[in-house]
Design a binder for this molecule. Structure first.
Ligand SMILES: [Zn+2]
Length: 563
């Protein structure tokens, strides 16, 4: 399929892998490559590498690796056609019809299209409904924010959206899957009725769900889409698609409680604000933020419920390994109302002085031992033990209790918490990479490094000189004409692909000629030793069977080998 290959190459040529992966992983420059924490396994020191020169990634911890397509299919759990469609869109490449129809069959793509159509429908309904428009105006939301966040209105009707989607040609079973309709006794009806609609976007900016807010105080105040094949609420943060660049630029993220807080923050220029959806904040959300930045500031409501939620959020975000600080808006206000009443400068002043987690717990806690117990519980979950120590020291200072006593108590508490913890989170073990013959690895590396001389170099080694079957497989593909790295990568799969990528990420070899001749003689010598061993055991066998004719033949071969 040459046309298919060339489309892939065109897409790859237009998308820089470092830029693309940076949307998901916080990368730092390291020599010729970029480094970050692997998104495919849990680790504390980065072993995930991205090579701009080769346009590939590889994790030395868990062995995953590949190109932009591999990354996306793996990260977003997409099928290849889905990833292809997404990357084609990003690259501005038009897919041929046959590729497109394969893509359209993809369920996720259909659900995404449906959500986009639903969002358009809600927007149009907002223009048509004076009450909803007035409500939003009353809340101080300007035109630009309406557009930026795609805010809309779901009509007071049982089947407004359902009919709209049916007319667009979506099949009933797909509409049901989207969660936008509910199955009742008499048939399907719209999930969201007479609500202000906040589209929830994934990182790429596609609508994957909605949050609907009631205007008249009817319960529930907020109604969110159920989980669907495109929506996992633990992996989505409200506003993140809009905020991610600003978060990187600011070096921190503002973590808020509600949609309206985030919208107000962005409206006043604090475009690094995000919120979890409802109360379901999980360590996954923390890891999501961690792809962009290490620091977060929690800015919740200042009422009792808000303080309780802040404490819980601090624990969860610390558990994800983030640096956490807190901001207290003055009593009985939320960030939304604070901004509207006091303005941008006042909020900037607040932001200059975030309080530490310990200070927050001390300020909003009861007696010393209660504060201590509360703090112990969240500090015990911090993955870094040195950081834990820092928190304990700070706690003992703030509650004026001898550090040793606090530490002793903490250790006891931690042990208790840990024993309760273990069963929930089984440690993931990784297969240790198999030891492979270094010289064969070097030989492949040299072939890649001196790709212009492949024919000459590869002639010096036979296929069966290779001891390692995976490396032999790669060598065979090179010998058969895949001299170019990206071509070779396309042909390799599984272990071959992994090892090829890890080889290609090595630094260039110095004195390649010398290494080459060393490698060749080592590989030859290794092969000869292997043959000698094999012959020796055959000779022993012939001796035991007293097969003199065979013995003679083997001994001649043996003499030849030793020369
Ligand atoms: Zn990994």
């Amino acid at each position: 399929m040459p046309s298919h290959d060339s489309t892939l190459e065109e897409i790859k040529g237009r998308i820089d892998i470092v830029e693309m992966i940076s949307d998901y992983v916080h990368l730092k420059k390291s020599g010729q490559n970029w480094k970050g924490l692997c998104p495919f396994h849990t680790e504390k020191t980065p072993s995930f590498m991205v090579s701009p020169a080769k346009q590939i990634f590889h994790c030395f911890g868990c062995g995953s690796g590949g190109d932009i397509f591999t990354f996306l299919t793996k990260y977003e759990s997409l099928t290849f056609p889905e990833a292809l469609s997404m990357l084609a869109k990003r690259a501005g490449v038009t897919l041929k019809v046959s590729q497109k129809s394969a893509v359209q069959a993809g369920e996720k793509e259909t659900l995404l299209n449906m959500h986009k159509d639903a969002a358009d429908f809600f927007r149009q309904s907002l223009t048509a409904n004076g009450k909803a428009a007035a409500y939003l105006k009353d809340r101080g939301i300007d035109r630009k924010s309406l557009d930026d966040f795609g805010i809309g209105y779901s009509p007071k009707s049982w089947n407004g959206l359902l009919n709209h989607l049916s007319r667009k040609g979506y099949k009933p079973e797909m509409i049901k899957k989207s969660g936008l309709v509910v199955q009742g006794n008499k048939g399907q009806y719209d999930t969201f009725r007479d609500r202000i609609m906040f589209p929830i976007h994934d990182l790429k900016g596609d609508v994957v769900a909605f949050g609907g807010r009631s205007m008249d105080g009817s319960e529930p105040k907020y109604l969110n889409s159920p989980e669907t094949p495109i929506f996992n609420k633990g992996r989505v943060l409200y506003g993140l698609a809009l905020a991610k660049d600003s978060i990187k630029k600011n070096g921190n993220a503002l973590f808020m409680e509600g949609y309206l807080d985030v919208i107000a923050a962005h409206m006043f220029g604090f475009t690094h604000a995000v919120a979890a959806l409802g109360t379901a904040l999980t360590p996954d959300h923390g890891r999501l933020i961690k792809r962009f930045v290490e620091d977060v500031i929690i800015v919740f409501d200042s009422d009792q419920a808000g303080i309780k939620a802040s404490k819980r959020a601090a624990g969860v975000l610390l558990e994800s390994g983030l640096e956490v600080n807190m901001l207290s808006v003055p009593e009985n206000e939320d960030p939304d109302s604070f901004l509207r009443i006091n303005g941008k400068e006042a909020f900037e002043e607040l932001l200059k002085e975030p309080v530490s987690v310990i200070d927050f717990f001390v300020k909003h806690g009861g007696k010393k031992h209660i504060v201590a117990d509360e703090v112990f519980e969240i500090v015990a979950k911090i993955p870094n033990e040195i950081l834990q120590e820092d928190y304990i020291t700070s706690l003992s200072e703030k509650i004026h209790v001898d550090e040793e006593r606090v530490r002793e108590r903490f250790k006891k508490k931690r042990k208790l918490l840990k024993s309760g913890h273990k069963r929930q989170q089984p440690e993931i073990k990784f297969r240790k990479p198999r030891q492979r013959p270094q010289n064969e690895i070097y030989f492949i590396q040299l072939l890649l490094q001196m790709s212009g001389r492949v024919d000459e170099i590869s002639g010096k080694i036979n296929l069966d000189d290779f001891e390692d079957p995976v490396l032999r497989g790669i060598f065979e593909k090179i010998v058969n004409g895949s001299h170019d790295f990206s071509d070779l990568l396309l042909k390799c799969e599984g272990e071959e692909k992994d090892i090829l990528i890890s080889i290609s990420l090595r630094d260039e070899l110095e004195e390649p000629e010398k290494v080459l001749s060393d490698c060749i003689s080592w590989i030859k010598e290794n092969k000869r030793k292997k043959l000698v061993k094999e012959l020796q055991s055959k000779i022993r066998e012939a001796e035991s069977k007293n097969d003199l004719a065979l013995l003679k033949k083997l001994q001649t071969e043996f003499q030849k080998l030793l020369k």
